[in-house]
Design a protein around this ligand. Structure first.
Ligand code: SF4
Ligand code: SF4
Length: 347
């Protein structure tokens, strides 16, 4: 199974319910950022740069829970910044699970081994911790590649130790790798071999995005030297599809077609709304025109027809999962797509 069967069934039931009632725009994954502070400073990270003036601020656990209720997506991705430096992280996870949600807990893994005890303790009173929390550890390549992107020697080894500890403790563990110009499929293959030995549950590979805010601050490289163009992304994913087919990648078949340039999809950024210290970030996880006071305002006051490839220049090289993975799930509904997705999920 690519993802646990209970999660796949929950999502299928949720989407079917929305479609029966002809709801046009609904959330699949809430991107919840309780803080933007981080213990790393990666070259491709927009968050620590865009939110440099609020790095010392945090959402309270209550504000986070109010946002989870307000948006009501079945999956909550707790990200940041680094969520493991958020003091209320165990309480937040506990309360989100009590609301019946699934959690992607995104981390750079530097504190994973050290903080795992918090979650093992929580699992004694809340059995859902080991059933509905999916660790999502950021690894951009093997040691040399990853450490050069994070700018910190030893960050790969630390994350890997955290992954091994989480697997030994019986947690679901996935990884998340972002591709830049300096990435190579050879290195990803080597990473996948290492991760297979640790028996991780799956590997997400996504193209990076050239945030406006980064253009003058990417390790002294210009945007064009750091981020992949659309064509380069297609080429790299065609190679990944061929050479990495024996590994458990988490991109759905329809989204993978899109990443390989074999299929068009509309951007569905409205399905993955982002809530952070400044409000509800619009229009998407990547670009910011405005922060809205509430989820409804974000959905109703944004003209979604303005966004996506060919509509806004900032979208021209974006193939990111936050806009297009939900589109692949919601609009890849030809019979052949459903069969391919079902078979893929069973592998
Ligand atoms: S670990 Fe994540 S949040 Fe921290 S700097 Fe790197 S990309 Fe940004
Ligand atoms: S295509 Fe969608 S997800 Fe990508 S930058 Fe544009 S609005 Fe955001």
């Amino acid at each position: 199974m690519r993802f646990p069967i209970n999660l796949a069934c929950r999502m299928a039931q949720y989407i079917a319910g929305k479609k029966i009632f002809a709801v046009q725009k609904f959330p699949l994954v809430l991107m919840l950022e309780p803080l933007h502070r981080c213990n790393l400073r990666c070259g491709g990270c927009g968050r620590i740069r865009e939110y440099a003036d609020t790095l010392n601020q945090e959402l309270s656990v209550e504000e986070c829970i109010d946002s989870v209720k307000e948006c009501d997506a079945p999956i909550v991705s707790i990200c940041g910044g680094e969520p493991l430096i958020y003091k209320g992280i165990a309480e937040l996870v506990d309360k989100v699970l009590q609301l019946g949600k699934y959690i992607y807990l995104c981390t750079n893994g530097q504190l994973l081994e050290e903080k795992l005890g918090l979650f093992e303790e929580l699992a004694k009173t809340n059995r859902l911790v080991k059933q509905r929390v999916f660790w999502n550890v950021h690894l951009d390549g093997t040691a040399a590649q990853h450490d050069s992107i994070t700018g910190q020697a030893g960050s790969f080894a630390k994350a890997l130790a955290g992954i091994a500890a989480a697997r030994r403790a019986g947690f679901y563990v996935y990884t998340n790798s972002t591709l830049y110009k300096q990435s190579s499929v050879d290195d990803l293959l080597a990473l996948a071999e290492v991760l297979s030995e640790r028996k991780i549950d799956g590997m997400m590979i996504a193209p990076g995005y050239g945030y406006d805010v980064l253009q003058s601050d990417v390790s002294s490289l210009s945007e064009n030297e750091f981020f992949l163009t659309r064509r380069e992304t297609y080429k790299m994913f065609q190679e990944i599809r061929w050479r990495m087919r024996r590994f458990r990648l988490t991109a759905t078949p329809v989204y993978f077609d899109f990443l390989c340039g074999e299929r068009d999809l509309p951007c569905a950024a409205w399905a993955n709304p982002t809530r952070n210290i400044k409000g509800w970030k619009g229009p998407c996880y990547l670009i910011t025109d405005k922060h809205y006071a509430g989820y409804r305002e974000l959905i109703e006051q944004t003209d979604w027809t303005n966004f996506g490839f060919g509509r806004d220049d900032r979208c021209k090289d974006c193939l990111m999962h936050c806009g297009y993975e939900p589109a692949a799930v919601l609009f890849g509904n030809r019979f052949r797509d459903l069969i391919r997705t079902a078979l893929w999920q069973l592998q």
